[in-house]
Ligand binder design. Structure first.
Ligand SMILES: NC(=O)c1ccc[n+]([C@@H]2O[C@H](COP(=O)([O-])OP(=O)(O)OC[C@H]3O[C@@H](n4cnc5c(N)ncnc54)[C@H](O)[C@@H]3O)[C@@H](O)[C@H]2O)c1
Length: 308
């Protein structure tokens, strides 16, 4: 459908009818379309975040393929939000800010190391001071830990948990204080949560992140704040491109049910929906964006197809 949808006017002749059985006044058939299409979701073409502020941890623009965080920041900026980019990489942070400003948006970079509590507190405070409010929070930082679980020491396990789980708890903890009714938070998990190896430390940390996401949604629901997550499938992006050649890339593609490769925009699109008020009644969910999951393989299970 093209063009702005205009709510259908109510028919002035249609008076409410009284239902004798219940004694309540029923709307007439003529009123129905007018009433239902006046809902913001029915009336608006795209979700808008004008006048709002979105904080994106890991929103720096790093590498030619970009990252999930930058893509989320970009979509929020395009919908009118001012963007606080929190990133440890100054160059990537400034590149993201430049890209958003060049497209007419408003953004600023804040130095942060999410593995350090004081650093997160200072960056969140800095963002709130700079923009005067906070409405949406996305945390895209994570990675590493794709190693056998018994081949690492305490320090390495702690490092992986810190980067993928504790850091998100810190970002939430410091930013939720500034959110009010209608505010939203999105975390970025991984399809590795469904795995049984070989990347167990990462799997465990991202599973903890998903539990945090769902738990935080319950904690914050009474304040009207929503919390959701996106579980990233085997997309081609900075994260994957760093450690993979074209052969591996093709194997990944064929292992996806839809037999296609996703990218950072597929993830950002879902995250943006969850951040926006289009998802105003969605909270405590982790949405897998993964091309339908793994492609079916012959397993030998009763009823399964024979290998060709
Ligand atoms: N790309 C994939 O294939 C894939 C698959 C599954 C899950 N994920 C998850 O998606 C998320 C984003 O992945 P990506 O590929 O966009 O990553 P990315 O590396 O492109 O972006 C991450 C950003 O976080 C910043 N950062 C890293 N450590 C930081 C720290 N300690 N403090 C502050 N900033 C820090 C980096 O500078 C970078 O700008 C991660 O949580 C990752 O685990 C990605």
């Amino acid at each position: 459908m093209r063009g702005r949808v205009v709510a259908i006017e109510a028919n002035p002749r249609s008076a409410g009818r009284r239902d004798d059985a219940t004694g309540s006044t029923m709307t007439s058939r003529d009123d129905w379309a007018a009433q239902t299409t006046s809902d913001a979701i029915a009336a608006d073409e795209a979700p808008r975040m004008d006048g709002e502020v979105a904080l994106v941890a890991g929103g720096g623009l790093s590498g030619p393929l970009g990252g999930v965080g930058f893509s989320i920041a970009w979509l929020c900026a395009r919908s009118g939000a001012s963007i606080a980019i929190l990133d440890v990489d100054q160059e990537a942070g400034e590149r993201a800010v430049d890209a958003i400003r060049s497209a007419g948006g408003d953004a600023a970079w804040f130095d942060v190391d999410v593995t350090d509590d004081g650093s997160v507190a200072a960056a969140v405070d800095g963002a709130v001071q700079r923009f005067g409010r906070l409405d949406h929070v996305a945390d895209s930082i994570g990675g590493g830990g794709a190693v056998p679980i018994f081949d690492i020491d305490d320090a390495e396990l702690e490092r992986v948990m810190n980067l993928n789980f504790t850091s998100a708890w810190r970002v939430m903890k410091h930013s939720q204080k500034h959110l009010s009714h209608g505010g939203s938070i999105v975390t970025i998990s991984s399809g590795a949560t469904e795995g049984r190896g070989p990347a167990m430390p990462y799997t465990i940390a991202k599973t903890a992140l998903e539990k945090l996401t769902v738990g935080a949604s319950q904690t914050l629901a009474p304040r009207g704040i929503r919390v959701n997550g996106v579980r990233v499938g085997m997309i081609w992006g900075a994260f994957a491109a760093r450690g993979m050649d074209e052969d591996m890339r093709e194997i990944r593609r064929r292992n996806v049910a839809l037999q296609t490769e996703g990218n950072v925009w597929d993830i950002a699109s879902a995250a943006f929906f969850l951040l926006s008020d289009r998802a105003r009644w969605v909270s405590g969910q982790v949405l897998a964006v993964d091309g339908g999951g793994f492609a079916l393989k012959p397993t030998g299970a009763a009823g399964s197809a024979k290998p060709r």
